[in-house]
Design a protein around this ligand. Structure first.
Ligand code: SF4
Length: 495
């Protein structure tokens, strides 16, 4: 994932840009960047944030930027490429930041190179970066508005955009199907101006009030004096907001389309308790996102909520995830410190957002057993993850072989099994799969949220649930969970 923040103001906006971008730190762990317009030119900095928080890495840049008294800027926490990029084209100078995933990037690049004399300069490790491809698509059109629409109509995956044109004009464009959010804020304390952000929680403490969420595909032009819609949103029914934002990615204090993340997690937990309740002495959540689900479960079940695992936040404040498996395991353990006296002889319900590989949950279960837990019951706030995400850089499930469900399905039915049979909680296939996961983790009981219950907990129409259901009517081939040109039944040799 990635997240961004843009601002246009009648006063010096360096502080709003710096802290507004920082409020997106939970969404990315690779690169951070800021670009602002001042003294008739762009100023920019980009740093590696894989092992150091955004605020620490950018502190001196911020101080330097503030001296220029900028009136506009964009910032990004990126899980992919170096951003924002600065372009000089027939459309003028602009800074560009993108959130999403372009799955047909190779095809687009080839077309651009062939038809357009495009050049790609910002390659990372020999790979052309998505933001540069987006910039080239924009530059292929006669206006910025047409360029952004060209991006929306060309890419497969998703792409939300902040584009800062010279002279303090900000364009905010939400992904065509609204997989990721953009909220517009108005400055009501400490100045005059507007902002556009992924996370609405970045607004209130910086003195902004929420004006509204952009609709899917909507493009707005933001100045210090107001917000103008230059391309209206797609008609109702076209929105596919990522349901996983509510379950896992999203910050608890944020709301998307008016639905608060923390409250949604309480509802998830309550519904889980109603459908899959079990006798227990205490309820707990795996920090961070599991906590909200567990609080809801505890409220509904009338069982004491405790924290038998406490996260060590002073030096592990963010979701730093090393690529090396052994290091990942060590760090996951170091972040969570058990309190044996809260575990010993207890029947514990543990709530978590999801199970991807299952490794971390298996390790936590073993630690609970080692600390003397009498019974361990796991409740998961979403249905089993059965499909990798095709739309976002959702690093937890980008590869089908990472998913514990797929490994177990292969064990049960052999390579190429029809996954659809494993979606229905009433089917024998589903029950067998869940029981195998339970057995492998050494837990006493395991239950996943049902898809309808998750939808009820979120309470919005227009959700993407593709990674859970394999269905998405905005995909090129709507009948096939694999997104290829053959229907799911026939392509079972692949999936
Ligand atoms: S597939 Fe899953 S993670 Fe990806 S956008 Fe849809 S709901 Fe979100």
């Amino acid at each position: 994932m990635s997240g961004f923040f843009g601002v246009v103001s009648k006063e010096n906006c360096a502080s709003d840009l710096f802290y507004g971008t920082d409020y997106h730190s939970h969404l990315g762990t690779v690169r951070g960047g800021m670009a602002l317009w001042a003294d008739n030119r762009f100023h920019r900095s980009i740093h590696d944030i894989s092992n150091s928080p955004f605020r620490t890495r950018f502190d001196s840049d911020y101080a330097e930027f503030a001296k220029h008294e900028p009136r506009s800027g964009i910032g990004i926490i990126s899980d992919t490429d170096d951003q924002p990029l600065i372009f000089l084209s027939h459309l003028g100078r602009y800074a560009l930041a993108t959130v999403g995933r372009i799955s047909n990037i190779d095809e687009i690049t080839k077309k651009l190179l062939k038809s357009n004399n495009s050049q790609f300069a910002a390659m990372q490790s020999g790979v052309i970066t998505p933001t540069e491809v987006v910039g080239n698509l924009i530059n292929s059109q006669a206006t910025i508005e047409e360029g952004i629409q060209c991006v929306q109509n060309t890419i497969e995956g998703s792409c939300s955009i902040l584009l800062l044109a010279e002279n303090n004009v900000l364009y905010a464009a939400r992904d065509k199907f609204g997989r990721t959010p953009i909220v517009i804020g108005k400055k009501v304390e400490g100045g005059e101006g507007y902002c556009a952000a992924f996370e609405s929680c970045s607004l209130p403490t910086l003195g902004f009030n929420v004006v509204r969420d952009l609709g899917p595909g909507e493009i707005v032009k933001v100045t210090a004096s107001g917000v103008e819609t230059v391309v209206p949103p797609q008609p109702a029914g076209k929105e596919h907001l990522c349901a996983f934002l509510f379950v896992y990615f999203g910050y608890p204090a944020s709301s998307y389309n008016g639905k608060n993340v923390e409250e949604t997690r309480y509802r998830c937990g309550r519904i889980l308790a109603r459908r899959s309740g079990v006798d227990a002495d205490t309820v707990a959540g795996i920090p961070d996102s599991g906590v909200g689900h567990a609080l809801g479960y505890a409220q509904e079940a009338g069982i004491l909520y405790t924290r038998p695992f406490v996260k060590y936040t002073p030096t592990w404040p963010r979701s730093f995830t090393p690529t090396e498996q052994s290091l990942r395991k060590r760090i996951a353990q170091m972040k969570l410190i058990p309190i044996p006296s809260l575990i010993k002889d207890k029947r514990i319900v543990f709530c978590d957002d999801s199970i991807v590989r299952g490794t971390q949950l298996r390790n936590q279960t073993r630690r609970m057993r080692d600390s003397g837990a009498k019974e361990v019951h796991i409740r998961i706030a979403c249905p089993p993850l059965l499909y990798p995400c095709n739309f976002l850089n959702f690093s937890r499930s980008n590869n089908v072989t990472d998913l514990i469900t797929r490994r177990i399905i292969n064990d049960i039915k052999g390579e190429g099994a029809n996954v659809i049979e494993f979606r229905d909680p009433e089917s024998e296939e589903y029950k067998t799969m869940v029981d195998r996961i339970r057995e492998g983790m050494g837990i006493d009981s395991l239950a996943f949220q049902h898809l309808d219950d998750l939808r009820e907990a979120i309470g919005l129409e227009g959700l993407c649930t593709y990674c859970l259901s394999g269905e998405d009517d905005a995909m090129p081939n709507t009948s096939c969970a694999a997104g290829c040109s053959t229907c799911a039944a026939k392509c079972s040799s692949r999936f």
